[in-house]
Every structure is written in structure tokens, then in C-alpha cells.
Write a protein that binds this ligand. Structure first.
Ligand SMILES: *Cc1c(COP(=O)(O)O)cnc(C)c1O
Length: 397
């Protein structure tokens, strides 16, 4: 890692409360390391915060960033809906008893078997962004309603999802026209402005562009569209503060208020709901002094819970449970024999002993979901906490 973006990471020894340190240490004593502590209270809190910020929007949690049964159960109890993209995700929510009418299937490209699996479960809202995909639904036209996904390019987000999926407004009109000829119902439009979008204006622009398409649909005498799905992308604080969600959603609500009252609005938040709910706990396996720095080799790394550093450009706040006045320039490396498996370089750390713990926060989204067992280092176990809201027991062991 020549010029690593992770060089900016620092460790705050003081930022863990005594209660948190106790919880982490007792969890490791009970389950071993590495661990991911999944706090369902955080999931609830984030869901309520976003629902409060977008009061007239039906929130479909996108499973992709953290497809964990406890998250599904927690959100189901909150009254959430769900956004599915694969047959595996269909099986997960079906297994947890999610009613199918609370789900939509939003992968723009599907195999016939994926469509059938979703339909067998009872999910009948799908997304298309091209004519080839539209024609896959001729066989199911009496059962399905479709959203047409538009693309709005967004260069400054973690993942520009409009590069891979979505069509232009003109092409959307072509798809909607063809759907009418084929007898396939088009329910509305969708978009995804990109994950961890920092500027709400991206949503505003997309909503207004969709509004124009909806107006053209009416002018052309096509059946009026009843739904707008504003996707995911809502931002969270990693190492830099983002706009608070209430403030972020003010211009979005204003834009939504310009739509006809009959239009039902959905969103597909993923990261915002789960990024903060997981805390990673890795322990030092060994250490070596190399070129003036101490290298600490952890039992979790880039091929495990920290895979988001590669796949998601993640920068996670890191902590140690060790308190010390003196700190030294250090490297945190993962356990595998691969040289790219380095979590952070040039970070200031107290002198650690083997067995000491490194804590990562904001490790809920796109972390364990993309972890591997490379080199036979098993991915971190997940420990679920506070699944029952009333109990709210924080005692682990
Ligand atoms: C990944 C994804 C989401 C979730 O996006 P976040 O940025 O995590 O909120 C929502 N919808 C679709 C179609 C996705 O692919």
C-alpha cells in the first residue's frame, strides 16, 4: 500500500467508556476473537431517525450491506419493509416470516429463476432498466408491477451505482411505452444516487427529473405512474462528520412535496440503517519491529471484517482498550500471508501486548457481508445484542 488513504486514521484510546470496554472484554472472554458485536438498539434507533426525517416515505431496508437475520427481525418488529435483490435475500426474509407484500425486488438484471423464486414467495414488484429485461416479464404480466430505474451520474460518492444500472429519461419513456403494448404494468420510477451521498441536492435533482418523466407519461396518454422509489445512499459519520439526517432530508421532502399527492414514495436505505450497529473486535496475534514501526498482526483484516476498506473505500474509526500516555507510529496488519492485508499504516498506538484488542466502529455496512475465509482465517463471529428491546440486557458473559 504505497499511498494509503488509511494513513489519516488515528486511534483514540479515551473514546471507549468503561462500560463498553467491559462489554467487549467479557464478550471476547466468552466467544474468543475476532468478533463483530451487533447492537439491535442501534438498528432501531437509525430506522426511527430516518423514518422521522422522511415521514411520508415507506422505508424498504436494503439487505445487501448486512443480510443478518437479527437485523431483519428487529426491523420487521419496527414495521419496516424490505428491499431484496437476490434469491438468497428472498430466502432470508421468507425464513424470518416477513410478509411478501412488505417487499420489493430491485435488482435490475435477473435470471428467470430469480423472478420465479421471488414470485413464489409473493414479492411481485420488480425493477427494470432496459427492454431485454422488460421482455422477461411477458410470461408474468398478470402478476407483476414494475419500476423503471433511471440513472443520474454522481461522481463524488463511495459507489456510483448509476454507472452500472439505470436508463435515461428518454429510454424510460420507451420502456413504459413498450410495456403498455406488452400488457405489463409499470408502477413507477426508481433511482439510486449512490451510496454515502453527501449532498441532498443529488436526490432533489433526481426527484425533479423523475417528476418530468411522470408528466411526460401522462401527456403521452400512458397509464399514470403511482410510485417513486428514491433508493438508498443516505450518509453516516465514519471518520468525518456528515450532515445530520433531519437536515439532510429537508430539501428532499421539499422536492417530494412537489409531486402529485397520489404518488406513493419509497426509499431503500441500507448503510444508514446498519453502518453504526456493528463494532469489530480483533486481537493482536503477534508483532514485529520493521523499519522503525511496530507491526501488529491482528486476527481480522482486509480479507475479513475490514474487506470494506477495499470494496467500500471504508475508513473506520479505530480504538484500543489500552490506555497509555506514550504512543508510537505503528501498523495494523491482517492475519493472512498476503502483503496487501494491511488495515492501517502510520497510526499512533500505545505499546500493545499480544492479546490486546483493537476495536473498530461503524463496522455494520458492507463489512462482514463481503468478508472471506481466505487462507482459512475464519471470518469473525457475530454476537447479537439487545435483540429484545424491553430486556435491553447488555450483559454478555
Ligand atoms: C445497495 C443498494 C441499496 C442500499 O444502498 P445504501 O447506499 O447502502 O443505502 C439500495 N438499493 C439498491 C438497488 C442497492 O443496490
Amino acid at each position: 500500500m504505497a499511498q494509503s488513504a488509511l494513513d489519516v486514521l488515528s486511534i483514540s484510546p479515551s473514546a471507549l467508556s468503561a462500560e463498553e470496554t467491559h462489554l467487549i472484554e467479557s464478550s471476547v472472554a466468552q466467544f474468543g476473537a475476532p468478533l463483530l458485536l451487533l447492537d439491535c438498539d442501534s438498528v432501531r434507533h437509525q430506522y426511527r431517525a430516518l423514518q422521522n426525517a422522511l415521514p411520508n416515505v415507506t422505508l424498504h431496508f436494503a439487505l445487501k450491506p448486512l443480510p443478518h437475520p437479527a437485523v431483519v427481525r428487529t426491523l420487521l418488529a419496527e414495521g419496516a419493509s424490505f428491499d431484496l435483490a437476490t434469491t438468497g435475500e428472498v430466502e432470508l426474509v421468507a425464513g424470518e416470516g416477513v410478509p411478501a407484500d412488505k417487499t420489493i425486488h430491485t435488482h435490475p438484471i435477473k435470471r428467470d429463476a430469480d423472478i420465479r423464486a421471488a414470485l413464489e414467495y409473493g414479492c411481485c414488484v420488480f425493477v427494470v432498466d432496459n427492454l431485454n429485461e422488460l421482455e422477461k416479464f411477458i410470461a408474468y404480466r398478470d402478476e407483476v408491477e414494475l419500476l423503471v430505474r433511471l440513472s443520474f451520474r454522481n461522481a463524488d460518492v463511495f459507489a456510483d451505482l448509476s454507472k452500472k444500472f439505470g436508463c435515461s429519461p428518454d429510454h424510460a419513456i420507451e420502456i413504459i411505452t413498450r410495456a403498455k403494448e406488452l400488457g405489463i404494468r409499470i408502477k413507477g420510477l426508481s433511482f439510486h444516487v449512490g451510496s454515502q451521498t453527501l449532498n441532498p441536492q443529488k436526490y432533489v435533482d433526481a426527484i425533479l427529473a423523475c417528476k418530468e418523466v411522470m408528466e411526460r407519461v401522462v401527456e403521452l396518454g400512458l397509464p399514470a405512474l403511482s410510485t417513486l422509489d428514491i433508493g438508498g445512499g443516505f450518509p453516516v459519520n465514519y471518520t468525518k462528520a456528515v450532515m445530520p439526517i433531519d437536515e439532510f432530508c429537508v430539501p428532499i421532502n421539499q422536492a417530494l412535496n412537489t409531486l402529485p399527492e397520489t404518488v406513493q414514495v419509497l426509499a431503500e436505505p441500507g448503510r444508514f440503517i446498519v453502518a453504526g450497529c456493528m463494532t469489530s473486535v480483533a486481537s493482536v496475534m503477534g508483532q514485529a519491529d520493521r523499519e522503525g514501526q511496530t507491526w501488529y498482526y491482528l486476527d481480522d483484516g482486509l480479507y475479513g471484517s475490514f474487506s470494506g476498506i477495499i470494496f467500500d473505500h471504508g475508513e473506520y474509526p479505530l480504538y484500543t482498550t489500552k490506555h497509555a500516555v506514550e504512543t508510537f507510529s505503528s501498523v495494523l496488519a491482517g492475519p493472512t500471508c498476503d502483503s496487501i492485508d494491511v488495515i492501517a499504516e502510520n497510526i499512533m498506538l500505545p505499546k500493545l501486548e499480544n492479546g490486546d484488542l483493537i476495536i473498530g466502529r461503524m463496522m455494520g455496512a458492507y463489512t462482514s457481508a463481503t468478508a472471506t475465509d481466505f487462507n482459512f482465517f475464519k471470518r469473525a463471529q457475530t454476537v447479537v445484542m439487545n435483540e429484545e428491546e424491553v430486556m435491553a440486557s447488555r450483559k454478555m458473559g
